[in-house]
Design a protein around this ligand. Structure first.
Ligand SMILES: [Zn+2]
Length: 208
């Protein structure tokens, strides 16, 4: 398959990507992501990727809790994976497939529901693409996986693409280098947008 590793959009300085949200005082707004590892990513790599994504969200002032909802997992058919989706709960797949309706991204996909409040949004990361990219750039899979997971979570919370940072539409060498150094993050504006969206969802779900 012909791949197109975009190296455009990388002209900005690292300083511009350093405009990070300060950790807000008090408890961080939180989200829970139910992860389905249908690609069967080895557990150690998956956990590392989850940790990387939680770090990126943490830098945006958001606490991220992962719930393993893969087939056969402890909580799969009961417990948190089987309960109805809360206002700040999301599904995310690490998959070998992409939905037909997904907009063509290299690494991940997000198909948001048309109905606000419906829980049929689907987002995920393509594990074959993660492996491919890790091999091409000679870096660990978990760094790319973590950045890709954070990117898709950004979409689920309403953030669009940006020229720099973790919401770049395509990850090229600069993004991979930044990701390896823990510097591929949300901008202060995106972080604020995410926290506002979490607050909005909370308020909407609590409204009578
Ligand atoms: Zn995207």
């Amino acid at each position: 398959m012909k791949t197109n590793w975009g190296l455009g959009l990388l002209l900005g300085s690292l300083a511009a990507c350093g405009l990070l949200a300060a950790d807000p005082a008090g408890s961080a707004p939180g989200i829970t992501v139910r992860l389905v590892n249908s690609a069967k990513v080895p557990q150690a790599k998956l956990l590392q990727g989850e940790k990387e994504a939680a770090y990126i969200l943490g830098k945006a002032g958001v606490s991220l809790t992962w719930e393993d909802c893969s087939a056969g997992s402890e909580g799969w058919q009961s417990g948190p994976c089987a309960s109805s989706l809360g206002a700040t709960d999301f599904w995310l797949h690490v998959a070998t497939w992409k939905p037909a309706a997904a907009v063509g991204e290299m690494l991940g996909f997000t198909a948001l529901s048309r109905e606000p409040g419906a829980d049929d949004s689907v987002a995920g990361v393509s594990y074959p693409m993660v492996r491919n990219m890790a091999e091409s750039f000679g870096v660990g899979e978990s760094e790319i996986l973590g950045a890709a997971l954070a990117h898709e979570i950004g979409h689920l919370l309403g953030v669009g693409h940006a020229p720099m940072g973790v919401m770049c539409s395509q990850f090229g060498r600069n993004q991979i280098v930044q990701a390896s150094a823990g510097g591929l993050l949300f901008s202060a504006r995106q972080a604020s947008q995410i926290r506002t969206e979490i607050a909005r969802r909370r308020a909407a779900s609590e409204a009578p």
